[in-house]
Design a binder for this molecule. Structure first.
Ligand SMILES: Cc1cc2nc3c(=O)[nH]c(=O)nc-3n(C[C@H](O)[C@H](O)[C@H](O)COP(=O)(O)O)c2cc1C
Length: 165
């Protein structure tokens, strides 16, 4: 695996837990809260794993607002990006993990190669901007309703993306 960093935004700790669980399966990977991330954290790595919970009406977690615009200032064309999202598919069924869709769009606009799309099987929601061509653009987690599935979903996803990192 080339140099890899996980950058996450989390309000109540769920996306932070996911970030730590992903990091534990990727030895040598760094991890940073989006509130403290800088453009050096984008430039200094080959692989970026970006994660956010979704808040408000399908919005990014607060700590991403300061940092996401900086993604657009860095050329990510030589980098591989994977995204993950945490949300509540039952209470927010029309905006489930929308923030993951925003991270995906920003990384794509900055030229990154994006890996790690997953099937929507096993989830129940109406709409999500993180679904493109029938798949999630990354790993979708739901600690409010399907906490028991998080470990196995993270495990399968890390195995899926590892050969690309
Ligand atoms: C006020 C509020 C708004 C929320 N909005 C959404 C939403 O639009 N879409 C979604 O998938 N989850 C939504 N959620 C659920 C959170 O994303 C979920 O609880 C998540 O696990 C929080 O992760 P964090 O602790 O990492 O911030 C919302 C939760 C609250 C309390």
């Amino acid at each position: 695996m080339k140099k890899t960093i996980i950058i996450y935004g989390s309000t109540t700790g769920n996306a932070a837990s996911a970030a730590q669980a992903i990091a534990a399966k990727l030895s040598g990977c760094d991890i940073k809260d989006a509130a403290e991330a800088t453009t050096d954290d984008l430039e200094g790595y080959d692989n970026l794993i970006l994660g956010s919970s979704t808040w408000g009406d399908g919005e990014l977690q607060d700590d991403w607002y300061g940092f996401l615009p900086k993604l657009g200032t860095v050329d990510l064309s030589a980098k591989t990006v994977a995204v993950f999202g945490v949300g509540d598919q039952y209470s927010y069924s029309t905006t489930y993990v929308n923030a993951m869709g925003e991270l995906y769009d920003a990384a794509k606009a900055a030229g990154a190669k994006i890996v790690g799309a997953t099937a929507t099987d096993g989830y129940s929601f109406d709409t999500s901007t993180a679904v493109r061509d029938g798949k999630f653009v990354g790993l979708a987690l739901d600690y409010d309703n399907q906490s028991d599935l998080s470990d196995s979903r993270i495990d399968a996803w890390v195995k899926q993306i590892l050969p690309e990192l």
